[in-house]
Design a protein around this ligand. Structure first.
Ligand code: FAD
Length: 357
């Protein structure tokens, strides 16, 4: 028998910031880890997959929907708790930016550049959220989880989370295995804020406070439609749709050569792990001819940020995919670099690589 808290026919378009996606086979709001595990066991007994949903700000859900059980975790875990020496614990359901606001209000440094990122605390470790040169992994000490298949709880320390650029074990070998219930951070009481991006440095001037950095980040993000604002025509997005490509040095040199051959300035490049080079996806997209506002249909590029694919109203997941394919193919043809999407794809029958070819 279907548990009483499971709803059917819930449209996932209503629970994602891109506002696309068909119905879920089952949908339940969960509050307790035990309840989540019991529902997951029931779904698995019915032969159905399980998806944990936070704020839906990093998802592309298929038009056919998701043929499994969605567990919405936005009420899991408690309010932020503050211990000595910058220790912070926050439940999965706390909106990420509420947590940042509270830490900044207490003069704690370490997440100020991550101001304004939509979504819940529980999702922050999943792709190791980052912005303006800061990543949550830098200050994360541990993640508390419940294993959905067994109901067992565990505390995963930072090495166990396998963080990388927009990456963690939760996106790889442990994908779908856990529901994150709480995140533990270690911030710097009274610490100086981190200003690693020239654009941010220009906005705040010398020796800013964490509060000033937060304000500047929020303003810059708003100017690029990178905060959720229903009044903004670009608001239906998943933020940056493509990750910045991390490539070997010889590939970066080839990109620079292609740019020069096209009469373009040198592409921005940043050092990455293992001697690799991080390129700017936004630069590549724009210089490949996909400028802000590109696209004539229901899906297009944001008029304020060419890295955001936007549902202009009435778009389908197919529309988003068609646009993503066009942009990706154009960048590959111009610079020989293949972009990889940042959002998690849900409910599609084919693999992501196949969907984007
Ligand atoms: C306007 C805009 C700007 C953005 N800017 C940034 C940015 O600057 N930097 C950045 O990194 N991201 C950015 N994002 C992407 C997004 O906000 C983040 O990835 C965020 O962490 C997603 O949170 P969510 O709660 O919405 O997760 P969802 O979209 O609901 O889920 C994302 C993934 O996390 C999993 N998940 C969610 N909650 C849990 C949980 N409790 N336990 C286990 N798994 C869970 C889901 O299963 C899914 O795999 C932006 C998005 C938008 C719309």
């Amino acid at each position: 028998m279907t548990p009483s808290e499971v709803q059917t026919g819930v449209r996932l378009a209503d629970h994602t910031t891109l506002a696309v996606g068909g119905p879920a086979w089952g949908f339940a709001e969960v509050t307790e880890p035990e309840q989540a595990a019991a529902l997951a066991a029931w779904a698995q007994g019915e032969g159905r997959p399980v998806l944990v949903l936070g704020g839906g700000s990093n998802l592309l859900v298929a038009d056919a929907g998701f043929a499994g059980l969605v567990l919405r975790a936005s009420r899991v875990g408690g309010a932020p708790a503050f211990g000595p020496d910058g220790e912070v614990r926050a439940g999965a359901g706390v909106p990420w930016d509420h947590l940042v606001a509270e830490t900044v209000g207490r003069g704690l440094a370490g997440v100020e550049a991550l101001s304004g990122i939509p979504g819940d605390v529980g999702a922050a470790p999943i792709q190791n959220i980052g912005a303006y040169g800061q990543e949550v992994a830098e200050v994360l000490e541990a993640v508390e989880v419940v294993e959905l298949a067994t109901g067992a709880t565990a505390v995963l320390d930072k090495p166990a989370c396998g963080f990388g650029y927009r990456h963690s074990v939760f996106k790889a070998e442990a994908r779908g295995r856990y529901l994150v219930t709480q995140v533990r951070l270690r911030l710097r009481p009274g610490g100086a804020p981190e200003v690693r991006y020239p654009e941010l440095a220009r906005a705040v001037g010398p020796a800013p406070t964490v509060a000033q950095v937060r304000e500047a980040v929020l303003q810059i993000r708003a100017s690029k439609s990178m905060v959720l604002d229903p009044a903004d025509p670009n608001h239906r997005s998943a933020g940056s749709f493509f990750m910045n490509p991390v490539v070997p040095a010889d590939v970066a040199a080839e990109v620079a050569a292609r740019a020069a051959a096209r009469g373009l300035p040198s592409p921005p490049r940043y050092p990455a792990a293992d001697g690799q080079v991080k390129l700017s996806a936004a630069w590549l997209i724009e210089r490949a001819g996909f400028t802000k506002g590109f696209g004539a249909g229901r899906a297009g590029l944001s008029t304020r940020h060419c890295l955001a694919l936007v549902n202009r109203g009435g778009a389908t997941a197919q529309d988003i995919l068609t646009l993503a394919r066009e942009v990706r193919a154009g960048v590959r043809a111009a610079f020989g670099v293949t972009l990889w999407p940042e959002p998690v794809f849900v409910g599609f029958e084919a693999e992501v690589a196949e969907l984007l070819e």
